[in-house]
Design a protein around this ligand. Structure first.
Ligand code: HEC
Ligand code: HEC
Ligand code: HEC
Ligand code: HEC
Ligand code: HEC
Ligand code: HEC
Ligand code: HEC
Length: 287
């Protein structure tokens, strides 16, 4: 028995190593920053009735990419909204003029109006309900997005390289590591807004590494890393950012299962979005 177990685990190790060796890191994502102009696509039959829309992409990075790119997996190239099979009709077909499956997908104009205007309206309502005085949201009126006369067409050329796949995070120089380095699947975290972690990023400039600011090698205020005075100690910054959210997502899953049980429904762990791991070796896994 023992023997087969050892043999099997050797095989697993072997498979894993060759697999990681064979995999090249994925190409970084080229993220367009700045403003882009959304307009009727070239070659469309539609005659524009309104001016094109200047859309400040980077001003929206306080939200998750997936709020808009809702089919993106955080790894593949980002498809444009009007890709064939998606919102490929610019305007809704006349009733009965398209097959049922096709007319179930919103037209591009419908999709934009729903995604853009609904969120702007929703933000207004949420902030009002919270009693916030200076409401920060985007335009809801037609002229806010389609100004008359229309503004200059802008298509920023600026791009930012965003690494996908696994990032290996190592302690800073001068620290003798007690644990293996950390394997961090960056793209698996893009359901969250970039600024959840890159809390100082403006959506346009180069992204600074956490350790360029959180550079202290020892906790200055005693060993408790939960003490806010220790937050510039690199380990306190990472463990607070990574573990607090993993703990929260674990709690949310437990709460959802409990709430369902209360309503007489069974919800299993498999029905829910995954939580982040908390065990040391789940993160400290780089051999
Ligand atoms: C508020 C909505 C919104 C958010 C949030 C958003 N985007 Fe976009 N993004 C768009 C729109 C609209 C376009 C233009 C799409 C088109 O041409 O169909 C676009 C275009 C892009 C493109 C170019 C796609 C192409 O056609 O070449 C990439 C890449 C991209 N976004 C990545 C991201 C990433 C990564 C994030 C998160 C940091 C993000 N976007 C956040 C709405 C958004
Ligand atoms: C998930 C929510 C959300 C979605 C989706 C969204 N917006 Fe916004 N938008 C905002 C918020 C919040 C602001 C205010 C941001 C700020 O000023 O910091 C804003 C601001 C704007 C502005 C004003 C910029 C300025 O300089 O004042 C424009 C224009 C805009 N959005 C257009 C769009 C368009 C076009 C789309 C769809 C492609 C879109 N938005 C989708 C939330 C959203
Ligand atoms: C939050 C931004 C936003 C608001 C507010 C908005 N639109 Fe749009 N609209 C868009 C976007 C983005 C498109 C697709 C790009 C384009 O063609 O201009 C679009 C497309 C259109 C189109 C098809 C293209 C054209 O020019 O014929 C019409 C018509 C239109 N909108 C009318 C309206 C009207 C009427 C209102 C007010 C009731 C309105 N929109 C409010 C963002 C907006
Ligand atoms: C869950 C936290 C988290 C989220 C969410 C996140 N990142 Fe990161 N990102 C990191 C960490 C950690 C690194 C590794 C560098 C470090 O340790 O400072 C990193 C590295 C990067 C780098 C390379 C920086 C360098 O030093 O060269 C870029 C660029 C970047 N992220 C952009 C983004 C963008 C854009 C988004 C949103 C689509 C995003 N990140 C979402 C945590 C996150
Ligand atoms: C430009 C410098 C800078 C960068 C880059 C930076 N931080 Fe911070 N961070 C700070 C400062 C200063 C504070 C304390 C004051 C504050 O909260 O803004 C802080 C606070 C924090 C806190 C405590 C905030 C809270 O809500 O309790 C955490 C956690 C944190 N950073 C993690 C990170 C992580 C993870 C990264 C990289 C993805 C990062 N930081 C990148 C400067 C930075
Ligand atoms: C805002 C919440 C949040 C933050 C911050 C966060 N994570 Fe996660 N993490 C998650 C969630 C949710 C998952 C499960 C996602 C999935 O597997 O689809 C996850 C999954 C993981 C996994 C397991 C991936 C797998 O394939 O099983 C690792 C490893 C991980 N995170 C490391 C980190 C590290 C390291 C940091 C800090 C740099 C971090 N996370 C910060 C939410 C977060
Ligand atoms: C969610 C991911 C995550 C989990 C879980 C996690 N860590 Fe970490 N830890 C990190 C990151 C990121 C760093 C910073 C990179 C580094 O120093 O390796 C770090 C750094 C450290 C360091 C300082 C560097 C070193 O190797 O000496 C120690 C010690 C440490 N962690 C111990 C632990 C212990 C013990 C556990 C389990 C109780 C644990 N970590 C669980 C992400 C995690």
């Amino acid at each position: 028995m023992k023997r087969t177990f050892i043999a099997a685990s050797c095989l697993v190790v072997f498979l894993i190593t060759t697999d990681t060796l064979a995999q090249d890191p994925p190409q970084p994502l080229e993220l367009p920053t700045g403003t882009m102009t959304l307009m009727v696509p070239e070659g469309s039959q539609w005659q524009a009735k309104r001016s094109p829309v200047n859309f400040p992409h980077s001003l929206h990075f306080g939200f998750s990419c997936k709020d808009c790119h809702h089919t993106w997996d955080g790894a593949s190239p980002v498809k444009s909204c009007g890709t064939s099979g998606c919102h490929e009709n610019f305007w809704a077909p006349l009733p009965g003029a398209a097959s049922k499956t096709k007319s179930n997908i919103k037209s591009l104009t419908g999709a934009f109006h729903k995604a853009c205007r609904d969120c702007h309206r929703n933000e207004l309502n949420v902030q009002k309900a919270e009693g916030i005085k200076e409401i920060v949201t985007g335009p809801i009126d037609c002229d806010g997005c389609h100004p008359n006369p229309h503004s200059e067409i802008e298509n920023s050329e600026a791009r930012l390289d965003v690494p996908l796949g696994n990032l290996v995070i190592r302690p800073p120089e001068g620290v003798e590591a007690k644990k293996a380095a950390v394997n961090f699947p960056h793209g698996q975290h893009f359901e969250f807004a970039c600024q959840t972690c890159h809390h100082d990023w403006d959506g346009e400039s180069e992204v600074e590494s956490c350790m360029s600011c959180h550079e202290e090698l020892e906790p200055p205020a005693g060993r408790n890393i939960k003490n806010p005075e220790n937050i510039m100690y690199y380990l306190a910054a990472y463990h607070t950012a990574c573990l607090d959210c993993h703990r929260d997502t674990t709690k949310q899953r437990k709460a959802a299962i409990k709430a369902a049980a209360k309503n007489g429904k069974t919800l299993t762990a498999k029905d829910l979005p995954k939580a982040g791991p908390l065990g040391c070796t789940a993160c400290h896994s780089e051999s």
